[in-house]
Design a protein around this ligand. Structure first.
Ligand code: COA
Length: 123
């Protein structure tokens, strides 16, 4: 789908990761791989099919991961963002903590979003 294929995601799922897929009429538009990391969920990988970039698929998947964190009583979601995606996560309330150099991906920004303990309900 991007650097990895859907098959890679399924293999991670077999190893115990949580994999969420956004599917529409049999077409996989986006996929996300999540790992439990102590009090947080680690969003390990997310990819939206290039044909559907900018159509809200990534945002929907991110929201589902946040819901999952809340339902699992986690404190929030952490991730390591590519430079090209930092703004995307920032718009969704993720705060940059620090940067680190990765052999495979280059510079990554470690970001975190705390989940509010109180769930807000629309009035
Ligand atoms: C980054 C990614 C997951 C975003 O998913 P998406 O479905 O394209 O994003 P959405 O349509 O939900 O975006 C919502 C908003 O963020 C913006 N946005 C999307 N990607 C962005 C980016 N990389 N940087 C800044 N803003 C971005 C959109 O323009 C949109 O803005 P709007 O609400 O004002 O119209 C997707 O583009 C992708 O898979 N990219 C390639 C792989 C990648 O970078 N993965 C992340 C690794 S850390």
């Amino acid at each position: 789908m991007d650097r990895y294929t859907v098959k890679d995601y399924l293999n991670w799922k077999k190893k115990g990761d949580i994999v969420l897929v956004l599917e529409d009429n049999g077409v996989i538009k986006g996929i996300v791989d999540v790992v439990v990391k102590g009090d947080y969920l680690l969003l390990d990988m997310i990819a939206v099919h290039a044909l559907f970039h900018g159509h809200g698929v990534g945002s929907k998947l991110l929201k589902r991961v946040e819901e999952l964190a809340r339902n699992m009583n986690k404190r929030g979601v952490v991730l390591e963002a590519l430079d090209s995606a930092v703004d995307f996560y920032h718009r969704h309330g993720f705060i940059p903590l620090y940067k680190r150099a990765d052999k495979e991906f280059g510079v990554l920004t470690v970001m975190r979003k705390e989940i509010s303990v109180l769930e807000t309900v629309r009035s």
